[in-house]
Ligand binder design. Structure first.
Ligand SMILES: [Zn+2]
Length: 257
């Protein structure tokens, strides 16, 4: 059958103690949780399409560890090494979608030599000159720090809005966490699966409370987040989280009924 994908979560780093209040808007808890950085691999059963959605954070440096949340990333978390550990040649990756350009989502794509990398124009524009309060997310304005995504800039395909990349694989513009956030939606045997970056950090962002989704605390507009949630309700059957260990309870998504 045409355009059916199987998805797999790959752990490419972890925050040992991330405040829950930063994931869930208006949550006043002082609790922290261990949170993985997940890169999603999507393989087509009918073509050679092998897609990665996000590629994770870089190994912290003396400079970046001053202003990022404490992050555990080692050399073995590098996306090409993680792929090899799962028996996948990094050269096989045909497409990468960057859901957004925060430091924990877009490192080491320069090690995926054959990938086309899709990013929203709005996101690139914002990433090079963010507001002061967002510059640590984008690694902008610090001496001796170059944003990770710039190392793969030669492979960028700059998009605006929604794009159908291949049968069963679409990119949707889903602003809210950042101005140019995207999601990737894959047709699978068990319905349309969406990977949407940090609009859905934790399962609770999507499943919500009292029938209402929960915006991410780090956002560029709560109304934008809710407009994107509404779109997702129509465009996806399953929405996957970006920083939630419970996603690893299954090693594959979309494989069989
Ligand atoms: Zn993130």
């Amino acid at each position: 059958m045409q355009g059916q994908y199987v998805l797999q979560p790959l752990v490419v780093g972890r925050f040992p103690a991330f405040p829950i209040s930063k994931f869930l808007y208006q949550n006043n808890s002082t609790e922290t949780i261990e949170a993985p950085c997940i890169s999603w691999l999507a393989r087509s059963s009918s073509s050679n399409s092998v897609v990665l959605v996000d590629t994770g954070p870089a190994v912290p440096t003396k400079e970046t560890s001053k202003y990022h949340q404490v992050l555990d990333v080692k050399e073995e978390h590098r996306i090409d090494k993680v792929l090899l550990a799962h028996g996948i040649d990094p050269q096989e990756i045909t497409e990468v979608v960057f859901t957004h350009l925060h430091f924990d989502h877009c490192s080491y794509a320069e090690h995926l030599p054959n990938a086309r990398i899709f990013v929203q124009k709005t996101e690139i524009q914002y990433a090079v000159a963010p507001n002061l309060e967002h510059r640590n997310g984008y690694d902008v304005g610090y001496r001796n720090v170059l944003p990770s995504w710039m190392k793969a800039f030669d492979k960028f395909e700059i998009i605006q809005g929604d794009v159908e990349v291949a049968p069963g694989f679409r990119i949707l513009a889903l602003p809210g966490h950042t101005p140019g956030s995207s999601g990737a939606v894959f047709d699978t045997r068990t319905g349309r699966h969406a990977v949407v970056g940090d609009l859905v950090n934790q399962i609770e962002n999507w499943e919500g409370q009292g029938g209402k989704h929960i915006a991410p605390t780090l956002n560029c507009g709560v109304d934008l987040c809710f407009a994107s949630f509404s779109r997702l309700e129509k465009e996806a059957d399953v929405v996957l989280a970006s920083h939630d260990y419970r996603m690893l309870d299954s090693s594959q998504y979309g494989a069989s009924k």
